[in-house]
Write a protein that binds this ligand. Structure first.
Ligand SMILES: Cc1cc2nc3c(=O)[nH]c(=O)nc-3n(C[C@H](O)[C@H](O)[C@H](O)COP(=O)(O)OP(=O)(O)OC[C@H]3O[C@@H](n4cnc5c(N)ncnc54)[C@H](O)[C@@H]3O)c2cc1C
Length: 268
């Protein structure tokens, strides 16, 4: 059986980090903003941060590791030679991504009363009120592949026009500023067959026996959503508990399906 262990240089860095945290604790800064010291990973895989209300010493003593990152970063944490025998990592490279576009518009006067709106017709799909007065609004387009190469000024004009057409108060308002942000690898693409590439949280037979995975990309039964991410964490916790004698599950039941989902055929 293969297991993940902490490398010597990492252990030395974490010892130092734990010592620094303890010094802050002695000075009354434990678990406060200043108590959250971090250190850069010696192998450039990211950084380490002491979690609130838990010491690094307790983490180092753990028998099990739950790796909760995204699927781009996960292989930076698992040595290739031991990942090779763990089928959970075989499909990761084939998972495709999909972009999400955010359009931030600031007007010179309040333009929006509602907290959010769903558009029946594009290009923007959703609009959110971003300040108390309703002067700042945020439009969103999911699966925004078609917008990646469109010049930002051109896209902004279309979004501004859509907002003016939809919100009466925006018609004569002056647009002070507009910013478009496209997150190119926002989520994994829910293409047919993607579940065959998504790894389960618990190690398969012959896999890395003390490594559990969490994250929306793991096999949660949900697409890339906050709900999916949370459920993946519950499933990872269930897997860890199953190593011992504990019974039961952290997983909570899905909410009952509401009428819009039922209307399009998603059961009762
Ligand atoms: C623009 C946008 C809009 C979205 N809108 C919605 C929405 O409206 N509703 C919804 O349900 N979902 C939405 N999602 C999807 C949702 O945000 C994700 O599904 C969810 O946050 C995934 O959670 P996660 O814990 O799996 O991954 P993440 O939240 O991505 O967490 C992964 C963590 O790993 C860390 N990390 C990355 N690399 C490393 C490394 N090398 N070392 C250490 N740590 C690392 C990251 O910093 C991050 O904190 C949206 C996503 C995006 C990008």
């Amino acid at each position: 059986m293969t297991a993940i262990a902490i490398e010597t240089d990492l252990r030395a860095s974490l010892d130092e980090l734990a010592r620094a945290c303890r010094i802050l604790e002695m000075e009354g800064h434990g678990d406060m903003t200043l108590g959250h010291l971090s250190c850069r990973d010696p192998q450039q895989r990211g950084f380490w941060l002491k979690r609130n209300r838990i010491g690094l010493g307790e983490v180092l003593g753990a028998d099990v590791v739950i790796l909760a990152t995204n699927f781009h970063a996960v292989m930076r944490w698992v040595p290739a030679e031991i990942a090779r025998n763990d089928s959970r990592f075989a499909g990761l490279e084939k998972i495709q991504t999909t972009p999400i576009l955010g359009a931030h518009l600031w007007f010179d006067r309040p333009v929006m009363n509602e907290n959010h709106l769903a558009f029946l017709k594009g290009p923007l799909q959703w609009l959110f009120k971003k300040d108390a007065e309703g002067k700042a609004v945020h439009g969103v387009i999911s699966a925004a592949r078609a917008w990646v190469d469109i010049p930002r000024e051109e896209a902004l004009k279309q979004f501004e026009q859509q907002v003016r057409q939809t919100l009466a108060a925006a018609r004569d308002a002056k647009l002070l500023r507009g910013v478009i942000v496209i997150e190119k690898r926002a989520t994994f693409a829910p293409l047919p067959g993607v579940d065959r590439l998504r790894p389960p949280q618990a190690p398969p037979p012959g896999g890395i026996e003390n490594l559990f995975l969490a994250g929306d990309y793991t096999l949660s039964g949900w697409p890339a959503t906050m709900e999916g991410a949370v459920r993946s964490g519950y499933l990872a916790a269930d897997g860890v508990m199953a190593l011992g004698t504990a019974t039961g599950t952290f997983l909570v039941s899905d909410l009952p399906r509401q009428w819009p989902a039922r209307l399009i055929g998603f059961g009762k």
